[in-house]
Every structure is written in C-alpha cells, then in structure tokens.
Write a protein that binds this ligand. Structure first.
Ligand SMILES: Cc1cc2nc3c(=O)[nH]c(=O)nc-3n(C[C@H](O)[C@H](O)[C@H](O)COP(=O)(O)OP(=O)(O)OC[C@H]3O[C@@H](n4cnc5c(N)ncnc54)[C@H](O)[C@@H]3O)c2cc1C
Length: 317
C-alpha cells in the first residue's frame, strides 16, 4: 500500500517498487541514455527532488515502447516525464522508473493545417515551426516550457484557452497496445485531463488555421512580452502553484493575504506573481510543500476558499 506521502495528483502511485534485478532488466531495454539513482532536481524546472531508481531516455520508438510495455505488463512503478515544468518531486525521490520521450518521439509534421507532433517535442519548437509555415492555433502557449505530452496531460493554456481546444486526436500506448483516441473520448477540463488513466501519449494531431506568419509572430511576441512583465524571470519555478478558483485569480488572493516575498528556507513566494514559488537558495521539496500548505491554510481560514493545486507533487519523503 502507498502512504499519503506517496500520493500523486491525489491518487496513490501505481505499481510496485522494482528490485535491483528488475531495474537492470528494464534499463537493458533502453537504447539511449540510462542513469541510475538520477536526481530528479536535474529534470524539473523548479530544481528540487530526490533520485529516481532509474531515469531512461530511449533513442528509438521501439525501445521506448518496449520499456513502457514492460513496466505496464509487470506492474512496475513508473511515469513519463516531459520538461518537468509542472512537477515537484519530493526529497526522497521516486522509487521507480522515470521515462523521458524527448528523443524517441520528437518528430513534427505539418500537412496543410494538420500538425502531428511527437509527445516529447518541446512546445516552443512546435510553435516556431507553425509560425514559419503560417499555421495558427498554438501560439497562446508561447513561453510555456513544456513538451506536447506534458501540455496535453495538464491541458496547458492561458486564460480560457487550452491546448485541447485545437486537438484532433492522440496516439496512446496502454497495456501494450497503441491506439488512436479522438479528442471527444478524452475528458479535458481547466488545467487537467484524464490522460493519465488512458495511457501514455506518443503523438498528437492538431487542426490549425492558415494565417500570415507576421500576424502569428506578433501574437507570439505579445504573449512573451506579457509573461516578461507579469511573471518572475530567470528563477527556478514550476509556474503557477494553484488553479484560479471561481472567486478571483489565485495570485490576487494570495497577494492580498500578504504572502509576496514570504520565505521558507530557500523557497520564496515571488514578488512578481504571488501564485509562483521560486527556488532561490537550494530549496528542498519539503520547504516548498510547507509554504504551499501555509498558503492553503491561510486562504481557507481567511477567505473560505479551498485552493486546488495546479502543480503536481510526486515521489516520497
Ligand atoms: C516558467 C513557467 C511558466 C508556465 N506557464 C504556464 C502557463 O502559462 N500555462 C500552463 O498551463 N502551464 C504553465 N506552466 C506549467 C507547465 O509548463 C505546463 O503544465 C506544461 O505543459 C507541462 O509540460 P511538461 O512537459 O513540463 O510536463 P511534466 O511537468 O514533465 O509532466 C506533467 C504531467 O504530464 C505527464 N506527462 C508528460 N508527458 C506525458 C506523455 N507523453 N503522456 C502522458 N502523460 C505525460 C507527466 O507524467 C505528469 O503527470 C509553466 C511552468 C513554468 C516553469
């Protein structure tokens, strides 16, 4: 049984902790980079987190599928990491296999207004390619540091717009089988999806609209300018910690309660945006979590609002 400290998005971590022999067997399936006891602080934008038993970045699709299928079939604890930009890994690390698809699934194809991108492709690469080809639809994500797979799993977006608005279908692997799943068969809501229950995204196909490149570029520049003027720059973070509740933006509520600049160890509530916690001085995951819990308790007590986390917390203490 998993303990509370092992929860991931409110659900117990799935699968059993692999022993050394099993870890070696899974690692042998990887034709790319293999790192044992790899600190996940190296693979998350907020820069904290203990080690994964093994971190794998396969080169080929075949190798990636063999790893994913072996983990699923043997019930081994595993998860896919993208750019790690919406993740906080606990200090005890992740007792399982962490798989990165950034090399195996990184092809981008544009045929007229249909874009197909591998799950490991950086969102920024996709946006650039679309702008050059005069295809509009994804530029709202300019400046979001994730992969296509991560963006879909979190239904990334800005304001009322989300990536699922332009999605046509995904190619998933689940239980050893790959299949295409239409957008209508997936449940998307504000900064959330049920993709984790359906499988691992390998590729996604989007339907875009033709538009002049300068117009798309100007929207991208506008998004980047807005980010530079409202969000902390050049600091380690995971973006927004909380979803905006219906009452008001989470940042405004947290700011009104005087949290800006509040420091706990190496973690600080950003002066630029109160819904961001930045890692300024080698923060630990437990310091960040303690700060998150203090904010949650204050917002509930003083405003009667139960904030929901946008940041996903994984691993063990
Ligand atoms: C500076 C900054 C600004 C940000 N701004 C925004 C913003 O404006 N809007 C917004 O929505 N978010 C924002 N974020 C949060 C984050 O960038 C997004 O949620 C992003 O889409 C996550 O992608 P990722 O590849 O980093 O996913 P990760 O953090 O690596 O993973 C997130 C989840 O996706 C799952 N996942 C990853 N790949 C796959 C796959 N192939 N198949 C199935 N599941 C998968 C992981 O298992 C995990 O559950 C920001 C973050 C930072 C650091």
């Amino acid at each position: 049984m998993s303990s509370d400290s092992e929860e991931r998005t409110g659900e117990p971590l799935m699968g059993s902790v692999p022993d050394k022999e099993t870890v070696d067997q899974i690692a042998a399936l990887c034709d790319g980079l293999t790192k044992f006891n790899e600190p996940l602080s190296e693979h998350t934008t907020i820069g904290v987190g203990g080690p994964a038993l093994v971190w794998l970045r396969p080169k080929s699709e075949g190798s990636a599928l063999r790893i994913l299928n072996a983990c699923a079939q043997q019930g081994i604890r595993h998860f896919v990491i993208g750019a790690g930009s919406n993740l906080l890994v606990r200090d005890g690390g992740y007792p399982g296999v962490v798989i990165n698809l950034n090399h195996a699934f990184k092809k981008v194809q544009l045929k007229n207004s249909r874009l197909t991108a591998g799950a490991g492709t950086p969102v920024g690469t996709v946006i650039k390619k679309c702008a050059q080809a005069g295809q509009s639809g994804l530029e709202m994500l300019a400046g979001v540091p994730g992969t296509i797979g991560g963006a879909l799993a979190t239904n990334a977006g800005v304001d009322d717009w989300s990536i699922s608005d332009v999605l046509d279908h995904v190619e998933l692997v689940a239980g050893g089988e790959t299949k295409e799943v239409d957008r209508d068969e997936i449940t998307f809501s504000y900064r959330s999806s049920n993709l984790a229950e359906l499988g691992v995204v390998l590729r996604a196909s989007f339907l875009l609209n033709k538009a002049p490149t300068p117009q798309i570029q100007s929207r991208i520049n506008g998004m980047l300018f807005k980010r530079r003027s409202t969000q902390p720059q050049k600091t380690k973070s995971a973006g927004c910690i909380f979803k905006n509740p219906p009452e008001a933006p989470a940042g405004k509520i947290i700011d009104e309660l005087g949290f800006k600049g509040k420091k706990l160890g190496g973690a600080v509530v950003s002066d630029a945006h109160a819904n961001w916690i930045v890692n300024v001085e080698l923060a630990s995951a437990s310091e960040i979590i303690e700060l998150i819990e203090k904010i949650e308790a204050a917002v509930e007590k003083k405003r009667g609002i139960k904030l929901e986390r946008e940041l996903e917390i994984v691993g063990v203490d």
